[in-house]
Design a protein around this ligand. Sequence first.
Ligand SMILES: Nc1nc2c(c(=O)[nH]1)N[C@H]1C(S)=C(S)[C@@H](COP(=O)(O)OP(=O)(O)OC[C@H]3O[C@@H](n4cnc5c(N)ncnc54)[C@H](O)[C@@H]3O)O[C@H]1N2
Ligand code: MOO
Length: 409
Amino acid sequence: MLSVDEARRRILEDLRPLPAEIVSILDAWGRVAAAPLLARLNNPPNDISAMDGYAVRSADTVPGSFLSLTGEAPAGHPFAGTVGPGECVRLFTGSVMPDGADCVLIQENAERREQQVEVREAVTPARHIRRQGQDFLVGDVLVPAGRRLGARDVGVAAAGNHAWATVHRRPRIALLATGDELALPGEPIPPGGVTNSNTPMLAALVRAAGGDPVLLPLVRDDADAIARATDGLAGMDMLVTIGGASVGDYDLVQTALATRGLQVDFWKIAMRPGKPLMHGHIGAGDTRIPVLGLPGNPVSALVCSLLFLIPALQALSGETVFDPAGGLEREHASLATPLEANDQRADHLRASLTRAANGAFVVTPFSRQDSGMLRRLADCEALILRAPHAPAAAAGTDVEILRLDRLGI
Ligand SMILES: Nc1nc2c(c(=O)[nH]1)N[C@H]1C(S)=C(S)[C@@H](COP(=O)(O)OP(=O)(O)OC[C@H]3O[C@@H](n4cnc5c(N)ncnc54)[C@H](O)[C@@H]3O)O[C@H]1N2
Ligand code: MOO
């Protein structure tokens, strides 16, 4: 069976960034820059004051001397004249420095008496001035192509005078849940039924990872119905099927998709949860899209999505700066309780995370790891990564973990 890393490599192999589109800077958060955002102006655009006070000539700032106040320059209203010897101009934080002045006397060190200002402290040249362009200059790269814009990137792009950003189109991910037992959340549950928790969960995950989930109708365990549900995939960037991935008589996804030309790249990987993961392609030419067949067990579906679907979304989004583990933070932690030796499948144990007195992480695997247990999945703060054939581990052993608590997923 394929390893997790090899499976991810094969999934990412043929994914290319989606075409670019132009969006308002107000909608650019979470999008991936398809072209660098270059500064359209210097920032600050002028020499400005960093403090409230007086624009003065440093040579005039002899404590005890008086300067004549010749004007005022509030922020946004530059002073038209020049500050001559023995003169000063009232200004504020953000005011453009008037010609002639070379520093700012802060108001705490000055005493105003009508049109005279007494200097209380000497000021060195350039003091309290923010130089034009000290933050960035015209043409500087503010946001490189391939970066997913955070709030700070939106801020710097706006400072660089961008009203628009060129970003990659969001990946459209078709989600197809299969199973006779599935009912919509909130509906009466028929005998033997379960609620379809996977589609809402994965739609949320796709959204959180910058994609647009497209929900196909629930389909029964019927090969024709499953096949027909995939007939409207034009415009989709990936099909994600949920359930019907294993070996049971009613696990029909592959059989159904085969009638639509499914080419299987791999099926089954050395991973727990998530062994029956399938990857392949459906369609031809321009309409050929990748298919990710997720297992139906909700924990398996989610863990596979963290490890494979999120990196796929990143690749389709054109995000070049990403961790192959999908932005998941790998850390080390000390095991609170012992673990048995692992078998041939890479394991991902749901666990809680605390900190020892010295700040180091301590991780406690949940006692039950059933891949149908959603509450434990929702409560877990980390997955303990166990390599295939990892030996038994005593309490206190250092283990690798993936942090989920700060993922927002
Ligand atoms: N004989 C074997 N049986 C199984 C094997 C195996 O190797 N040999 N693998 C097991 C593993 S591992 C997994 S994982 C599951 C995967 O099964 P499927 O992908 O075929 O999923 P289903 O059988 O359709 O469902 C499994 C489970 O999950 C529930 N489910 C399905 N879809 C949803 C949904 N949208 N929302 C909520 N819950 C869902 C379903 O009711 C089942 O309880 O196979 C093992 N079997
Ligand atoms: O691999 Mo399955 O995903 O054990 O539950």
